[in-house]
Design a protein around this ligand. Sequence first.
Ligand code: FCB
Length: 442
Amino acid sequence: MSFPNHFIWGAATSAYQIEGSPLADGAGASIWHHFCQTPGHIANGESGDIACDHYRRYRKDIKLMQDLGLQMYRFSTAWGRIFPNGTGKRNQAGLDHYQRLVDALLSAGIAPMLTLYHWDLPQALQERGGWCNPDSPKWFADYAATLFETLDDRVAWWVTLNEPWVVAEGGHRVGELAPGHQQLTEVPWVMHHQLLAHLHAVAAYRELGKNRIGLAVNLEPQHAYTATAADQAAAQRRDAYLNRFFLDPLLLGHYPAELAEIFGDAWPAALPLAAPSRAVPRLDFLGINYYANAYVRHHPTHFANAEVVPPAANEPQTAMGWRINPEALGELLHWVKRRYGDLPLIITENGSAFADPPLQNDTIDDTQRQAYLISHLQALEEAIAAGINLQGYLAWSLLDNFEWHHGYSKRFGLIAVDPQSQQRTLKESAKRYRTIIANRGV
Ligand code: FCB
């Protein structure tokens, strides 16, 4: 493998998953802080109360990043640390924390990529309707503008939202993620308001910022389980729902036609949207979070009349039960280019959870994670050779962390974190990644 010299290597995390100290220094509670307090929501009753204690240990963690040779670190800011009530009075201590983090990254020679929203809405805003409130785009843009004003002199890569579809699907339809609603009628509005939030924030950025701003979406190729017309149509519907729900209106100016059929009465009569204009790009780059592909078949009673067929025990999969399919990653990048044009792309997340072997002779030999990493990088190398404008790769995740409703049971880290002692240990995959970075391939 050999990657171009300008290719950027890094790793990603998010605030609630690693920081701990959720209420420190005047922070307001987030929906995740709130959600974790209800028994039954999170595996083993866990929470992000301590997580990786990164809020206090970030300087040591930056040393580890440096040791790996990371050139970029993607993290998110917790909205409620900066605006404890979501809007209104700002908390300087929260802003100062992220200024120190950014400064420490820059002194270590690591470029920060700052995600403004990685699912931890201030609880005070949830109590005003959260993403269902038509004011939510403005709330977000005001928060974003504060960050642009404070940090655009030091942050060259901005991400507005992380995985808006997951916010809607997990938080408002399935209910396994905060705020835990199961309301189909909320889903189109949560998507639409996030879309407007992105657009408002980008408009603010065009006034205040000098660098680049993008978005991170999770994309998952949807393959028909069999060649029957029914299964193909089911895969198409799920593709519209998952992959095109946000990007079509953002970049093509209209919602996918399938959505009205999928949602039926729950689809709003109108979701007003301006058409994209070339003069004011809605993205400077597209961040893609890729983990898996899916096989879909028709199902008479499932949502969207589509059922995702889980992998059989003998099919390659991670501890999440997600299929391992690096070819689908290459296919996906070509699809994005065909459908949305030749945008600069960056892999903002890719990685795998496995039940790692125990620490032995000072090492954790996570062979499956190494294989996952290498096979996905190979797919990316091929895509670049085939003309895909891919600028970098950010591994999910730097640290074993709080994997949402799974608690700490699913480990994605290149670096293991002992929840009791907070001891960090580089897994073999981290060392392998260090070698790949140093050689721009293997
Ligand atoms: C993505 C999320 C990230 C993490 C990974 C495993 O959907 O953005 O926070 O949970 O999945």
